[in-house]
Ligand binder design. Sequence first.
Ligand code: AMP
Ligand code: ZN
Length: 115
Amino acid sequence: MTDCVFCRIIRREIPANIVLETEKVLAFHDINPEAPTHVLVIPKKHIANIRDEKLSTDPDLTTEIFQAIQKITSDLGLAEDGFRVVVNCGENAGETVHHLHFHLLGGRELTWPPG
Ligand code: AMP
Ligand code: ZN
């Protein structure tokens, strides 16, 4: 998608601090981190949100997303103390970028329930 900010990151039209790239997945640090470590894991094809059928009908992609989450949380040292994975969907959840992204948040104690 031409004007999607995450598609522009994938095309290297805007910079990002990339932590992992695979055939179908890109992961980079959030520009406005809500925790000491805040990484976004995204599909490299434009998928609007977690309810998009382009996600649920692509098992290779879902596998790669979860492999990326496991690798990044190991590589960045989040696994031992714990971390949170968040997907915001829709207005009530505060979704602002309409390209599917998994937030990985860690490096501090995270409160529950979320606000
Ligand atoms: P959400 O509110 O769940 O849609 O999350 C969107 C996230 O994308 C926010 O945490 C933003 O800080 C982050 N974000 C927006 N633009 C960029 C960018 N250019 N590089 C990295 N992260 C971004
Ligand atoms: Zn996009």
